[in-house]
Design a protein around this ligand. Structure first.
Ligand code: NAP
Length: 667
């Protein structure tokens, strides 16, 4: 082995970098062994390497470790120590002796080989049905078109996208690639949706970085395993620059209303820009990419307006606000609150956290960790390491977790938890609580939820529990009774003096209902959805009577058991492009989902949801997942692989079409 190297085949050590043998050893010590092994297979093209290690692993069925953990068994996906050592030794040898100019011996693996590799990479059984999804989500292939593409979109086939967040940007890229003319209207003054709004201290994504990005735009440079909001927004901005989307995006331009013209088979869309100029546009199709958590939920507390200090909601943050030395009250205890509390605790003079309903909180080893240098080097330089790293990140956070929010009626009849799997999460959260506050039974009591895990979003702790142990921090299991100029009276009767009140009280759930959308026969979407109380859509995106309107992040389409919004965004955008291409291929002007197809789909959704903690009596807790009647309107009840599969292309049998040459006539 030589003691220096500049990289291996397909490997660049970085501009001008020379790695010593010791440097390489340090890098390899920080690499994950599974993606490293896969990368070596790519590097050499030698699949016997795969077989050699494959025989030394034990394989479990996805999710089974939750149901029946084997005492002493390795956590899922973790290799035995001797295997890890041998992979690193093998890597040290192969990388040191490799020709830096050679191409990787193996590019994108054929599905059969990929399936073998995925099994070894996860040390789990990977059923065939997952292979196409994994190839795409790991970033090996971009989404494949299903509807035949023989017709180029005509220039007058204009599509309007509303919103320039993760989904709007995704839609812009995919519409552009498919040849459609499109314009994105964004009400805010910058691109990035959620991450332009949530700039509170500690704002971060709570889905792993390497997975929470576009599968067609992998980023090997993440600085943390969970990105800050700022880093995530920068990622989106970089994507926008790379794809040249800016010229298609009109910032500070709100869509006010839109109505369907049956005669012309177009949407008439009215916008207003920052200067107050109102414009009228016409579009063959509209993609709403507004997201559902936009408007701050400001609690109606007497006296809030009279507070002498500053009242601020996390989604309306003022980055000039300096909390140093201030007495601060934080209301709420969701994903946002824990990030704020962990992040400001060192700055403030006094911190009072007011918890109406505690969430189940679990430890997450890497939630605030930087990606070590060696790991980053491998992600940036080793061929396909990033893809395999992402595959594992996705795999263990997705359908592996599908059983967790599902109710096993027999188990649930006798236990607080919903199922054996759900019980594992409960035990994990309880253990974390008790380990954290062994000497503070008062905090254990105040922080123990009385509902089943997953009924509300599980919170990953970025340092919340540690903050609560600090001397200048107090936790109150209460709510606000009334606010005076000097502070807050709590429902416990206590008075808490304060300089700043931070409302980490979440959002008003809105499914496109802020815009006046008028479909066929003058029907308004907001009315059809009972003002947002009872939103129903077909596959989460189409509503009968609203032809060529595609609502992304729509009702019952969020993967609340696992993974992240990014996969929903990609699935829905893929489906929309397929629908539009279908119209062109078949010379149709519009498609509208049949009411009976929508009803049938929703009956299945409701049936599947009945088996989850979100609908079950044990999960009856206030959360934005559910409407005022207790019906879950946010979660998608399907496995990700099922939803991904059903979103590959439209089912014409479920649609009503109007031919392009007979505009104005319903089929
Ligand atoms: P949330 O989960 O809805 O939590 C809001 C909190 O405020 C709850 O503890 C709620 O208590 C409390 N609250 C609301 N109104 C109240 C009132 N009138 N009096 C007392 N307490 C009140 O909101 P969030 O934490 O902002 O999170 C919303 C969603 O945004 C998350 O679930 C997640 O999807 C997303 N998010 C993601 C990240 C991330 O990726 N890192 C970060 C933040 C948010 P009750 O339970 O009693 O209603």
């Amino acid at each position: 082995m030589t003691d220096t190297m500049t990289g291996g085949p397909g490997v660049s050590a970085g501009a001008g970098d020379v790695l010593t043998a010791e440097g390489l050893r340090q890098i390899l010590a920080e690499c994950d062994p599974a993606p490293l092994l896969m990368s070596l297979v790519h590097l050499t093209g030698d699949t016997t390497l795969l077989d050699e290690f494959a025989d030394r692993l034990e394989y479990s069925r996805p999710g089974t470790h939750y149901a029946a953990p084997v005492p002493g068994a390795l956590p899922p996906g973790q290799y035995p120590e001797d295997v890890i050592a041998d992979i690193r030794a093998c890597a040290a040898e192969l990388l040191a002796d490799a020709d830096p100019d050679a191409q990787p011996g193996l590019g994108v693996p054929a599905p059969e080989l990929f399936a073998r590799m995925a099994r070894v990479a996860t040390s789990q059984e990977v059923d065939e049905e997952f292979i196409p999804l994994l190839l795409e989500q790991a970033g090996f292939v971009t989404d494949e078109r299903h509807v035949p593409v023989t017709v180029t979109p005509p220039t007058d086939f204009e599509v309007i996208v509303i919103g320039a967040g993760m989904t709007g940007i995704n839609a812009a890229i995919k519409l552009g690639e498919a040849g459609f003319n499109y314009t994105v209207f964004e009400a805010r003054d910058e691109i990035g949706g959620t991450w332009t709004r949530n700039t509170y201290p500690g704002a971060a994504v709570d889905t792993p970085s390497h997975y929470y990005s576009y599968s067609f735009e992998l980023n090997p440079h993440w600085s943390r395993y969970y990105p800050t909001g700022e880093e995530y927004q920068q990622y989106l901005l970089d994507v926008v620059e790379k794809y040249g989307l800016r010229e298609h995006i009109r910032l500070q331009t709100s869509v006010l209303e839109m109505s369907w013209s049956e005669e012309d088979q177009v949407w008439d869309v009215v916008t207003r820009d920052a200067a107050g100029v109102v414009e009228h546009h016409r579009a063959k199709a509209v993609v709403s990419a507004l997201g559902m958590l936009n408007s701050a939920n400001i609690p109606d507390v007497p006296g809030l307006d009279e507070f002498a200090g500053r009242v601020i909601h996390t989604a309306e943050w003022d980055t000039d606000l300096d909390l140093t030395g201030k007495r601060v009250i934080v209301l709420g205890t969701g994903c946002t609150s824990v990030q704020v509390v962990a992040s400001i605790v060192d700055k403030v003079k006094a911190l009072d956290v007011v918890v109406r309903t505690p969430h189940w909180i679990v430890p997450e080893r890497t939630v605030v960790h930087d990606v070590p240098e060696g790991q980053r080097w491998a992600l940036e330089h080793l061929p396909f390491y990033n893809e395999w790293f992402r595959l594992r990140s996705y795999w263990f956070a997705s359908d592996n977790l599908y059983r967790l929010p599902r109710v096993d009626p027999e188990w649930a009849a006798e236990h607080f938890s919903a199922s054996r799997e759900n019980d594992m999460v409960l035990k994990n959260a309880q253990k974390y609580l008790h380990d954290s506050f062994g000497d503070r039974p008062d905090l254990i009591e105040k922080l123990t939820p009385d509902f089943r895990p997953y009924a509300k979003r599980i919170v990953k702790d970025p340092g919340f529990y540690a903050a609560l142990k600090r001397e200048h921090v107090a936790l109150h299991r209460a709510s606000f009774e009334r606010v005076t100029p000097e502070g807050v009276y709590l429902t416990t009767g206590e008075f808490v003096p304060a300089d700043v009140i931070i409302l980490a009280t979440g959002f008003k759930l809105e499914f496109t209902t802020r815009i006046d959308i008028v479909g066929r026969d003058g029907r308004k979407l907001a009315d059809v959805w009972s003002g947002g109380e009872d939103p129903r859509a077909y596959k989460g995106v189409q509503v009968s009577g609203f032809p060529n309107l595609f609502v992304t992040s729509g009702p019952n389409s969020a993967p609340n058991h696992g993974a992240g919004h990014n996969i929903t965004s990609e699935e829905q955008v893929h489906y929309i492009v397929e629908c539009l291409q279908y119209l062109l291929e078949n010379d149709h002007a519009s498609m509208d989902v049949r009411q009976d197809a929508l009803d049938e789909y929703n009956a299945k959704v409701d049936e599947a949801l009945d088996e989850t903690v979100w609908a079950h009596p044990g999960g009856q807790v206030n959360s934005y997942y559910r409407n005022s009647q207790g019906r879950p309107i946010v979660p998608c009840p399907w496995r990700l692989v099922d939803y991904w599969t059903m979103m590959r292309e439209p089912d014409p049998a479920d649609m009503v079409f109007v031919p392009a040459n007979k505009s104005g006539e319903k089929a």
